[in-house]
Design a binder for this molecule. Structure first.
Ligand code: GDP
Length: 243
């Protein structure tokens, strides 16, 4: 994979081929349906479908990014409704090779592998300022249990606010990911907010911090759900993980 110096906003993003971008577009064109919210590890889907997950501090722009990726305006809203905030929300992504010619899923139900190439998992946000100690403990236990030994989980996309860079509670999550040996990739969000020079400084700082994390993918993706930038590249990155 070659890297070129593009505009500042994508400078740290890997270069994708036209074929990668097309695969990403095709993957996200399929139906994306909510399957279930998981609170107890026993309730994780057991059908073997590979999955990718999105994690980040609350307010990092996770819902906006997932909605931009899937081209839907309300997909991730379920994750912010009260009571669902501590769930791992599973959505289907893309038609599997077994789905209909028209690309529409024949079925999206758990237990039926047709109609999805991947599960997209919306992980509960962390770092909510007013979260109780009990809520933090619940989050840490659920996430720790999920990350340990979940063979289906191909990569976690860890969302980091492009204005702020890596915060202490992001470090906690990165440590959990390193310990569980789950591959993860940082995605900067809200890249339209900082000035170009500030963005470059955050990109460089994040990239050097990642060098100290064994499970981190070295390439950082830079996105703005508001401007639509970096979305195609992120779709392509997800699609590289689809069977
Ligand atoms: P979540 O809590 O991580 O799901 O974050 P949301 O998607 O709800 O976004 C939190 C806030 O950031 C909202 O006010 C959004 O409008 C704002 N936001 C999200 N994405 C962007 C973006 O790309 N650019 C800018 N400027 N604001 C954004």
């Amino acid at each position: 994979m070659t890297r070129t110096m593009g505009p500042a906003m994508t400078m740290e993003s890997p270069d994708f081929t036209k074929a990668d971008i097309a695969k990403g577009e095709a993957l996200f064109k399929g139906a994306c349906t909510f399957v279930k919210g998981v609170v107890r590890i026993e309730d994780l889907p057991k059908d073997g479908t590979p999955e990718i997950a999105f994690a980040g501090r609350s307010n990092v722009g996770k819902s906006s990014l997932i909605n931009a990726l899937t081209g839907r305006t309300s997909l991730a809203r379920v994750s912010v409704t009260p009571g669902r905030t501590r769930e791992l929300n599973f959505f289907t992504l893309g038609p599997s090779p077994l789905s209909g010619e028209d690309g529409l899923p024949k079925a999206g139900r758990e237990g039926d592998k047709r109609g999805r190439a991947l599960y997209l998992v919306d992980m509960p946000g962390y770092g909510y300022a007013r979260a109780s100690k009990a809520a933090i403990k619940d989050w840490t236990r659920l996430i720790g249990d999920y990350l340990k030994g979940r063979r289906e989980l191909k990569r976690v996309f860890l969302l980091i606010d492009a204005r702020h860079g890596i915060k202490p509670n992001d470090e906690v999550t990165m440590k959990l990911l390193d310990e569980a040996a789950v591959s993860y990739q940082v995605v900067l969000t809200k890249a339209d907010k900082p000035k170009a020079a500030e963005l470059e400084a955050v990109q460089a700082k994040v990239a050097s911090a990642l060098a100290k994390h064994p499970a981190a993918y070295p390439e950082v993706l830079t996105t703005s759900a508001r401007m639509g930038s970096g979305i195609k590249e992120l779709r392509a990155a997800v699609a590289t993980l689809a069977p």
